[in-house]
Each structure stands twice: as C-alpha cells, then as structure tokens.
Ligand binder design. Structure first.
Ligand SMILES: Cc1cc2nc3c(=O)[nH]c(=O)nc-3n(C[C@H](O)[C@H](O)[C@H](O)COP(=O)(O)OP(=O)(O)OC[C@H]3O[C@@H](n4cnc5c(N)ncnc54)[C@H](O)[C@@H]3O)c2cc1C
Length: 386
C-alpha cells in the first residue's frame, strides 16, 4: 500500500479501479455524507438515497453490465467498501450497500437466467433492495439448526418461520431466505428468494443497537408465504448450505477490508488529536505512553494492511479458501477493536463523544466480531483444518 488512509492505493487495484476511486470519493462526500445524521436519527437509509446510489453505480459494481451492473470485479467492490468506510459512511450506508451487493452475487451465481434478468437490474438501480436471512431467534452460529420451513406445494413452497437481526430488513424487497426443505442436516437446507410483497410476509421491529444507528436491522416473519419454484436458488433443493459457504468468503473479506481502513483512520485521527491537545502544559503526544501506544497501533494497522491486500489478491485470483478467510476475519476484527479502543482512550472524554470520528469508529466496530460468523466460529473453522 502507498499513501495514508486518505489515499489508499493497494497492489490489487488496477488503473480503472484507481480512477473510479477518485470519483467515488467525491460522490460519497458530496451526495451521501451530508445525510448521515438524518439517517442515524431515522434508523434507516431512505429510498431516495438508495436510488441515488444506483444512479451513481454504487450498488452492483461487480455485476455484469448485461444485468445492469458496473461490469467490474470484486476489486471494484473492495475499493467501494474501503471508500465508504473512509468517508465515515461505513456504519449504516456502507453495511447496507455492501450486504446488498453481496446478495446480488447469490442471484448472479444461483438464480435462473429469467430471474437474473428480472432482479439484477432492479438491484443495480436501487429499485429493489436485498437482504439475506439466515439467523433465527433460536440459532445463529449453528446454521444447520434453522427451523424456518419451506414445504413443497404445487408450483412452489409454503414458508413458515421467523428470522432476526436481518440487515436491510426494513427496506428489503427481495430476501434470500435460508429454509429447511428436508430433514437431512446441511443437505436439507435451501435458499429461497422471498418477495416482500408476498402475502404472509411481515416485518417486525427495526431493532435498536449499540452502533450502526443508520442501519435497519430487523425481525422478519413468514406465515405460510407462497414462494414460486423459480425463486429457489440452484437447480435443485438442498444446495443452500454450500451456496452460503461459497459466498461467505466474500462477506468475511468485506469485514477485513472495513476493519483495516477503520484502524488506519483511527491512527490518523488520534495522531492529529494528541498533537493538538495540551495536558499538564504539554501535548498529549509528548507523553511516552502515547508514543508507544500509537507506535503499536500504527504497526498493527500496517501489518493488517499488508495481510488484507495479499488476501484480496488471492481472492481476485480465485485462490482464497474459506479457512484463510475465517483466519483473516477473526484476526483483523479483533485487532481492529484493540486498536480502536487504545485510540479512543488517548482522546480522553472527547473520545466518548459521537461528534469525534473515533467514537463512531469504536461504536460501529464492535459488531464485526459477532456477525458474518462470530470470531469464535471463525476459530472453530481454522482449528478444523489444523
Ligand atoms: C447488527 C447485526 C446485523 C446482522 N445482520 C445479519 C443479516 O443480515 N443476516 C443474518 O442472517 N444474520 C445477521 N446477523 C446475525 C449474526 O450473523 C449472528 O448474530 C451471529 O452469527 C451469531 O449468532 P447468535 O447471535 O445466534 O449467537 P449464538 O450462536 O447464540 O452465539 C452465542 C455465543 O456462543 C459462541 N459460540 C457459539 N458456538 C460456539 C462454538 N461452537 N464454540 C465456541 N463458541 C461458540 C458465539 O461465538 C457467541 O459468543 C446480524 C447480527 C447483528 C448484530
């Protein structure tokens, strides 16, 4: 990597990605950042913003042009994820569009040609918003224990069950829903795309959270919802678990990219702060404790950057395996939280005030150790391969 957090140029970035990075940065600052406070107060990023994101090509950069996407690669998605974090929009807007684009890839990879043509252009334009619903009140880590049931009926399925903690849950039009279609453990799991307009589908509360105030996170209820056969992802039932495992590599990579940018930003903001803050007649930066803490934080952020850039290249070369992505997810997000906590401490009371960027970074980082598979589950995956 060259430059600072304000000028990230990684080895995996091609010239077109670098060129796009500049315009994405400007658009985020001008068109989206000014609305952050409103979204945080309302607990949701409004439709207008989603449509605007679609107009600017921010929703599906790596989906082929024939389906309305940007025709780029995962490098474009990664650059966008980093820029959104860097702009201070990672917490709400970033999670929303990152999740949405990740789900577009489920549809690209597993939906029928007809459904791809119908859904992907709408996802790219922001006309439709996507969510993925795995977690249930009774189970999160143990995906094989899900109870939402899809019962075969003529022409489709009847879905009954409940999901919780679903990102984009209030906004979503298309919900990739993890359902049980058979009794046989992981082989009895299938992904069905539920249309939010279908009879029997209901949204619960927009859940109040410690962080990510602009992100809608919801309960979802399915009461005998009819889902047509064509909405099954994959050519036959029972492929859901493997489809999820394939796509989760990218979800974990998104966590690592966000984590590394937030560490870089935290160090930058903190260096600036401690140089200007005077205590006992000297700058906070002049205490050796501050220098050592920041030297450690900077080192951790730099090591994480090299590691994540290398993994990004492996992902682009189609060589990133699930175990390595699990390793990266737990380590970068654990390290991120330690770095952010040290940086917040160096701000004193100001670090606890949300008008200071470090407070937002710290608050919004906590969830990264929980979602996309908890960090304990990541270690279970790594340990299995030892
Ligand atoms: C803000 C937010 C957004 C989310 N968005 C989505 C979404 O869009 N879609 C979705 O489907 N889900 C989403 N989730 C859910 C998230 O993926 C789950 O919360 C997570 O997988 C953990 O599941 P759980 O909450 O049921 O915890 P549990 O599985 O009950 O785990 C409780 C504790 O036990 C530990 N544990 C579990 N199993 C083991 C084990 N084998 N060994 C050691 N320790 C273990 C866990 O690590 C954890 O510490 C979101 C969650 C949050 C907070």
């Amino acid at each position: 990597m060259s430059g600072s957090a304000t000028n990230i140029v990684s080895p995996w970035m091609t010239d077109d990605v670098i060129m796009l990075q500049d315009s994405v940065r400007k658009v985020l600052g001008k068109e989206f950042l000014p609305h952050r406070e409103q979204w945080e107060e309302e607990g949701i990023v409004n439709r207008e913003a989603w449509l605007k994101a679609g107009e600017y090509g921010l929703l599906c950069p790596s989906i082929p042009e024939e389906f309305g996407g940007g025709g780029g690669s995962k490098a474009h998605d990664a650059m966008l994820a980093q820029e959104v974090e860097r702009a201070g929009l990672g917490g709400g807007f970033g999670v929303g569009i990152g999740t949405h684009c990740m789900i577009a890839h489920y549809i690209l990879a597993y939906a029928s040609e007809e459904r791809r043509k119908e859904w992907l252009p709408k996802l790219a334009s922001g006309e439709a918003i996507a969510a993925v619903a795995m977690t249930e009140p009774g189970t999160g880590s143990d995906l094989k224990a899900i109870r939402t049931k899809a019962t075969k009926v003529p022409g489709g399925y009847r879905v009954n069950g409940q999901k919780i903690f679903i990102s984009n849950g209030q906004n979503a039009d298309l919900i990739v829903t993890v359902c049980r279609t058979g009794d046989d453990g992981s082989k009895g799991i299938s992904l069905l795309v539920v249309d939010a307009n279908a009879e029997g589908f209901r949204r619960g509360r927009n859940l109040k959270k410690i962080g990510l105030p602009a992100q809608d996170t919801s309960e979802l209820f399915f009461d005998d919802v009819f889902v047509p056969d064509e909405n099954l992802l994959g050519s036959e039932e029972g492929q859901g678990f493997y489809q999820l495992m394939n796509q989760l590599v990218w979800e974990r990579m998104l966590c690592t990219l966000g984590a590394v940018v937030s560490m870089e930003l935290a160090v930058e903001h903190t260096v600036e702060y401690v140089k200007s803050r005077k205590v006992f007649g000297q700058a906070v930066m002049d205490f050796q404790n501050t220098q050592f803490k920041l030297a450690e934080c900077k080192t951790q952020a730099s090591v994480a950057r090299v590691y994540v850039d290398q993994l990004m290249q492996r992902l682009l070369d189609d060589e990133l395996d699930p175990t390595t992505s699990a390793m990266a997810k737990w380590w970068t997000t654990d390290t991120q939280f330690k770095v952010l906590d040290e940086c917040l401490q160096l701000h004193g009371g100001y670090g606890y005030m949300t008008e200071y960027p470090i407070a937002r970074l710290w608050r919004d980082a906590r969830v990264l150790r929980i979602w996309a598979g908890t960090n304990e589950i990541m270690k279970v995956i790594v340990a299995r391969d030892l």
